[in-house]
Design a protein around this ligand. Structure first.
Ligand SMILES: [Zn+2]
Length: 508
């Protein structure tokens, strides 16, 4: 064969090989699956043609409408697939306007797709990337997933925290019961899951003076962002900051992180698996709880664990109804509550929407059954560009807001009052070496500004706080009993209330 012919033949072979490669993808080298924790896809009605992937959402709870999507695509390395799904979204196609789908290679860190287009004329939402995938398997979801295994791992890690303990209804593994499991809409058997509850506080201050806070999460199957926000709050509460250390002495937190693990595991749109037609956030109605076992278990545990008289309840949800940003459903009477106002100061973009507490929601249960003075639903939204760190930070700011709300400057024994007992602690700390103490123990000994000493600066801070709280006469009375701090007759002050001191001075 002449050399020219040989190279022609080689070119033809190369062309054939290239054609074969293209054929392989055109034949459907991309495969789809969703049989994993929180996977959600109607696989039977989805299809792949080349790099065009047509998806069908599952329509449990609202027939003909989807509200969650989470699947794995294999065989995508080097490809830029075009994904599309119908715009028959549960709260209307307009809810998809401005939405961005996410993808991940490891189910841990997530990125937003580059191109996300709602076409109401074609009844589709299409999404794709500019660059090819660099891994062969990619996970794709409607929003940042939060599978049940993340809850289990998080609770397991909390169990060894010095601040976490079982509740009355819980065991050493922080388990308060089990979900019922069931058969899901795809015919799969979903096994029971542990239901968790635990208490987070610092036992160095007595339970009798602490505020009680109840936190619910994971009521709605697809509302994963609420779980991230709750996790961020618990990270803060369980953390090393001086604010968290003070807050743990001011309050005890009862955490029920996942009310609906079956629905979450099965990748459901909203409901539990056992009661697929019941909205679990309309089932907080004792004593029957609409026969939603998970809600009944968690609600009755919260009643038993707390004694049914708490101060705050926050139910962590996410909404998919729009892209206007995160908000709280807040009863008008609660909207000026210092906790909510402090949170808004830290998170100015969070909006306040009015709740009426007429439906049998977790928030209504908080007010009516747990007798909370403040009970709200916190709604976070899937917003393009807002990733996991955003929701963890949102939760941490809620923790800061709690500390700012509950702390009283100079309240050294954390009993929510600034009085003579704190003054005694302050004076006792004036001669003590605080250098080896933790920040919160130093604070309890009069180091109000956190510099490691109880000195004149702290004395001025204490006096200023006392003046603000009780006025000049009471401050003068307090100080009059103490000509010189180092020679204070502690025993006499210990047996004398501040009011008593003030009254005695008035009668002179
Ligand atoms: Zn919800």
């Amino acid at each position: 064969m002449p050399p020219a012919l040989r190279s022609l033949r080689r070119l033809a072979l190369l062309a054939l090989t290239a054609a074969a490669l293209t054929m392989r993808t055109a034949d459907g080298a991309i495969t789809l699956s969703a049989d994993f924790d929180q996977g959600g896809l109607d696989l039977a009605n989805s299809s792949v043609a080349g790099t065009t992937v047509t998806l069908a959402g599952r329509d449990n709870f609202n027939p003909g409408q989807w509200k969650w999507l989470y699947f794995r695509a294999d065989g995508v390395a080097g490809l830029t697939p075009q994904f599309r799904i119908g715009d028959n979204f549960n709260t209307g196609a307009s809810s998809l306007a401005g939405h961005a789908m996410v993808y991940s290679y490891d189910q841990q860190s997530w990125e937003f797709f580059d191109n996300n287009t709602l076409s109401t004329s074609q009844d589709t939402f299409a999404f794709s990337n500019q660059q090819p995938f660099n891994g062969d398997s990619v996970y794709v979801a409607y929003g940042l997933p939060y599978p049940t295994e993340r809850v289990a791992a998080d609770v397991q890690s909390r169990a060894s925290s010095p601040w976490v303990s079982p509740t009355t209804t819980g065991d050493a593994s922080l388990v308060i019961g089990a979900s019922p499991g069931g058969i899901d809409d795809l015919g799969r058997t979903i096994g029971p899951h542990d239901l968790y509850g635990y208490k987070l506080t610092d036992s160095a201050s007595p339970a009798t003076t602490k505020k009680k806070v109840v936190l619910f999460g994971g009521v709605h199957a697809n509302e994963t962002l609420g779980n991230y926000t709750l996790e961020g709050l618990v990270d803060f509460l369980d953390g090393d900051s001086p604010e968290a250390a003070r807050l743990r002495r001011l309050a005890e937190f009862y955490v029920y992180p996942m009310v609906n693990p079956d629905g979450r595991f099965a990748g459901y749109n909203r409901s539990t698996v056992e009661s697929p037609t019941v909205d679990p956030n309309r089932a907080w109605d004792p004593p029957l709880y609409d026969s939603v076992d998970e809600v009944r278990t968690v609600a009755t545990a919260a009643l038993t664990d707390t004694g049914g008289d708490v101060d705050y309840v926050i139910d962590f949800h996410s909404t998919v109804n729009g892209k206007e940003g995160h908000f709280g459903y807040v009863l008008p009477a609660y909207q000026s509550d210092p906790l909510w106002q402090n949170f808004l100061d830290l998170e100015p973009s969070v909006r306040t929407l009015t709740a009426l507490l007429q439906d049998d929601t977790g928030a209504k249960f908080g007010r009516d059954q747990l007798n909370a003075e403040f009970s709200i639903t916190l709604e976070t939204q899937f917003l393009a560009g807002e990733n996991i760190d955003r929701f963890l930070a949102l939760g941490a700011n809620l923790g800061l807001a709690f500390e700012q709300t509950l702390r009283i400057a100079g309240d050294l024994n954390f009993d929510h009052a600034l009085d003579a007992a704190d003054w005694q602690l302050f004076l006792a700390g004036a001669d003590a070496d605080l250098s080896q103490l933790s920040a919160v123990d130093a604070y309890a000994a009069g180091d109000l500004n956190g510099d490691g000493f109880n000195d004149l600066i702290d004395f001025d801070l204490f006096k200023s706080a006392f003046l603000t709280a009780h006025g000049p006469a009471a401050l003068a009375a307090l100080l009059a009993g103490v000509p010189e701090p180092t020679s204070l007759p502690l025993a006499t002050l210990a047996s004398t209330t501040l009011a008593g001191v003030a009254a005695a001075r008035r009668h002179r």
